[in-house]
Design a binder for this molecule. Sequence first.
Ligand SMILES: C[S@@+](CC[C@H](N)C(=O)[O-])C[C@H]1O[C@@H](n2cnc3c(N)ncnc32)[C@H](O)[C@@H]1O
Length: 341
Amino acid sequence: MTSTKSKSKRKRKPTSSLLSRRQISSIPSSSSSTTPSTGPLPSKLSRNLIRSHHTTQKRLSQAIQQNDPTAIAELTSKLTTSGGLEAYQRASVSGQSSKRGGDSSKILVDWFQELGVPKPVTKKSSHHNDNNNDDGDSNDNGSNDLSSYRLLEIGCLSPTNTVHSYFSKPQRTLMDLNSLHPDEILKQDFMNFPVPKNVDDGYDIISCSLVLNYVPTPSGRGEMLRHITSFMEQALERCRKRLCSISTKSTNKEPEKHWSNAFPAVFLVLPAPCVTNSRYLTEDRLQEIMVSLGYEQLRRKLSPKLVYYLWKFVGGSSPKKFKKAELLPGGKRNNFAIVVE
Ligand SMILES: C[S@@+](CC[C@H](N)C(=O)[O-])C[C@H]1O[C@@H](n2cnc3c(N)ncnc32)[C@H](O)[C@@H]1O
């Protein structure tokens, strides 16, 4: 049985997982959650809070696995006193402020533009745009723009992320373990969210930005990727159905160059060190895992802090198992891993 008692006696570094009372009191409370009147938190405070939350979550998950009631109580209380999931989310929202570069879906929108994905046009502008459509075809409810495509966003903090302008409200499902905007974001654990029974209610693109690294165990991350993939299997059916309904219509573009070939897809974002400085995960290993699950990498961008991917789902694979295996030995690496069972 592990006890955290001895650990808590050790002297902690200033950026330890414990936040000072002053730091905690500067986090906006839940009463301000839907109408935040305060500006973003200082970036150092947000970083400390996010790091602290991840560490405590991971320790809590280990304590639960080891069935250690003392550690469970201690860590749960620590999570609560430091503001819990909501404080963590507020710190993440601060990191997404326009001053700090905006939300990660800006990159997805850049890629949509590169791929020629047309924004759905509203009815008014649709009439106006009919003559300007460079596919030589009018907006016919889904064959030539995104209006019949559906987005599922896992771990959503804001209903006004950049990519939302491409998906009207009925075409998007936003969810989070804790909803900061209950009228627009579903309070839902994605792992308990079933694939819709009806293919028309399924999704063509899933956004999973900075969520996989939130999952505290390597096997939990593998399960999340598998669950996402079960939605993508259905998305392939949606694609086939859509293709059948538009096969009689012509477009000027060669089929393989058409923007719709980028779907179904998963937009995945991780902190860069998860793939650049982990003992157990490299970009090559992530690529192997994704290919084994049936994906092809369409786009990738590495920034100093984050790595962004657009994975197109092609299916037809036979998933392999991936264990936690040391790939890059060395003292100063992190332990981020994905295990697929
Ligand atoms: C760091 S925030 C990321 C938010 C945002 N997507 C971004 O890119 O900044 C991670 C969010 O994922 C949510 N989350 C983690 N696991 C989840 C799950 N199984 N189902 C739904 N949301 C989840 C957390 O509640 C948290 O709000």
